[in-house]
Design a protein around this ligand. Structure first.
Ligand code: MN
Length: 237
C-alpha cells in the first residue's frame, strides 16, 4: 500500500536563515505509514501548489507565538517572540488545507494557529493571564507531566479513547475563545484547553501537547499520527 503524503510545516531559526524541524515529527509520520514532505514557506499560491502534492498536513510547533494582532489584541509583555513570516506561511497552508478538506493535525503552536485561523483567541501567557505556570515542564520534554480529560464521542476520543491521557506540556499559551466551528475535545484539570477539532471537515485536530515525542511513553499518542495518515489515505481515494 502506498504511503499517503503528509506535508509538514517548518520552523526557521532566529536569523531567518535556516529551516528547522525536530526529527521526531518526521519519524512519527513515517512510523504511522505516511510519507513526510517538508514544506518551505510560501504565499497562498505556493501553499496551494504544495498542498496539491499532499494528502494530509501537520502544522508543527515551535518557539514562536502567533502574533496577537491576528486575534485582535495588542501584544502584552509576557507574549513570546513572533515569527511573522512563518505564521503567514502556516496560515496559508492551514486555510488552503481546510478549504480543500485535506486532513490537518495542528501540534502545540499549530493547534493555536488553527484556532486563530477560525477566528478564535489565545491566552498570551498562562501564568500572566490565569496564574498557571505548570504547563511548561522541565526536561525531559517527552515525559508526560499532566493528565487531560478527553471528551467522549469526539475525533480525539476515536483515536486515543475517552480514558484519561497523560501528556507532555511545553506551552505557555492556550486557546482562550474557540473559533467558529471549533469544538474543545480535551482539557487539563485546571481547565486549560488541550485539544480542539473541527467537526465540519473530515479530519482537523489540534493537540496542545507533543504526541510525536510522548509516543515513547504511551502508544495512544502514536494513534494520533496513525489517524491522520488513515484520514489522508481516505482523502486520496
Ligand atoms: Mn498542557
Amino acid at each position: 500500500m502506498s504511503r499517503p503524503r503528509i506535508g509538514l510545516t517548518l520552523d526557521v531559526d532566529d536569523a531567518l536563515v535556516r529551516y528547522e524541524l525536530k526529527r521526531v515529527y518526521v519519524d512519527a509520520v513515517l512510523a504511522a505509514g505516511g510519507l513526510p514532505i517538508l514544506l518551505p514557506f510560501g504565499d497562498e499560491q505556493v501553499a496551494g501548489a504544495y498542498l496539491a502534492l499532499c494528502d494530509g498536513l501537520v502544522i508543527s510547533g515551535g518557539v514562536a507565538d502567533v502574533p496577537p494582532e491576528l486575534y485582535g489584541e495588542a501584544r502584552r509583555p509576557r507574549c513570546g517572540p513572533a515569527k511573522p513570516v512563518r505564521t503567514q506561511s502556516e496560515w496559508a497552508f492551514c486555510e488552503a488545507a481546510l478549504a480543500a478538506r485535506i486532513p490537518v493535525l495542528g501540534v502545540c503552536g499549530g493547534m493555536q494557529l488553527l484556532n486563530v485561523v477560525r477566528g478564535g483567541t489565545l491566552f498570551q501567557d498562562l501564568s500572566d493571564d490565569l496564574g498557571l505556570g505548570c504547563h511548561e515542564q522541565p526536561p525531559p520534554k517527552d515525559r508526560p507531566s499532566h493528565a487531560i480529560e478527553v471528551v467522549p464521542h469526539t475525533l480525539l476520543a476515536s483515536l486515543v479513547g475517552d480514558q484519561q491521557l497523560h501528556v507532555n506540556s511545553t506551552h505557555h499559551q492556550a486557546v482562550r475563545t474557540p473559533g467558529t466551528g471549533v469544538l474543545v475535545s480535551a482539557r487539563a484539570a485546571d481547565g486549560v484547553v488541550e485539544a480542539i477539532e473541527l467537526p465540519d471537515v473530515p479530519f482537523a485536530l489540534g493537540v496542545q501537547w507533543h504526541p510525536e515525542s510522548a509516543s515513547a511513553h504511551d502508544d495512544r499518542h502514536a494513534a494520533i499520527y496513525r489517524g491522520l495518515v488513515a484520514a489522508a489515505r481516505d482523502q486520496r481515494r
